[in-house]
Write a protein that binds this ligand. Sequence first.
Ligand code: C5P
Length: 320
Amino acid sequence: MTHLAAAPTPSVRVRAPGKINLSLRVGPVQDDGFHPLVTIFQAVALYEEVTAREVPPGSGVSLTVDGPQAERVPLDRTNLAWRAAEALAEHVGLAADVALHVVKGVPVAGGMAGGSADAAATLVACDALWETGLPRSELQTVAAGLGSDVPFALLGHTAVGTGRGHLLTPAMTRGEFHWVFATRDDGLSTPAVYGRFDELGAGAPSGDAPDEMPADPGLAEETGLMQALRAGDPHALGAALHNDLQEAALSLRPELARTLEVAREAGALGTLVSGSGPSVAALARSRQHALAIAATWTAEGAADAVWCTSGPAQGARVLP
Ligand code: C5P
């Protein structure tokens, strides 16, 4: 008897990276509720993986999620991956019929843009599955409509972000930087951190607020950081790390101060709250040093989980 193998259902697997903001400068809230930013993103080698699988016409979108902390991820339209599939379908005039499967590799609600990476990976996966052939520039436009960090998850590597963080200029870097992250089981809501930032009056116009900077503010404020990146100098980069949201995150989660202190005591070249937190990042001298900082965090009970990685990492791309 001969067995005829059924043709496999077409599917596309894409991975997209999480990120750290090496520098994040935040201006006063605007009428649209957003804050103007000048930020330098670096993608790190912690990846979300999204598989988009063909389904019969009229099936709509479905979503399953796997991996550490998967139980904390919504499985409905509030998930950014689901919204990305719908946004792309609408953009190209197709029906949003796809089964999405996400494997989490980026800490959930940690200020590392894991949800944005899911959205970026979904855009690339559905674009390939549906053979829409959109140029990357057009995918970037759809990405910007989904969230401030989604365009960077598409682009990857290291980039200066302005506007809401969605207008990107790639930045030159040399070599590899070794990062270690301390995450907490309880995430922080990004709008809540921006709200506390406003309450603290931290975005009030001052000499270094983004809206008072010159037309190319990223580079004007960040000369030292950009030089450190170009030189591949982790000591100089450690000294230049900066996050305007750190005070707001620390005021919502005071225990993060101890996490920062423990990393400094373990010889980190620089430490900061990652984005809107509550993840804390430490820059290490080497992979071995990153492992040592991670071990110290664990021993001191200063983190619920630790993640060693490196940057820069590639943006969203199709896996073979
Ligand atoms: O764009 P995204 O959906 O990631 O933003 C989430 C929330 O974070 C926004 O609704 C807003 O409250 C806040 N935010 C902001 N300014 C930015 C980016 C985000 O106030 N530049």
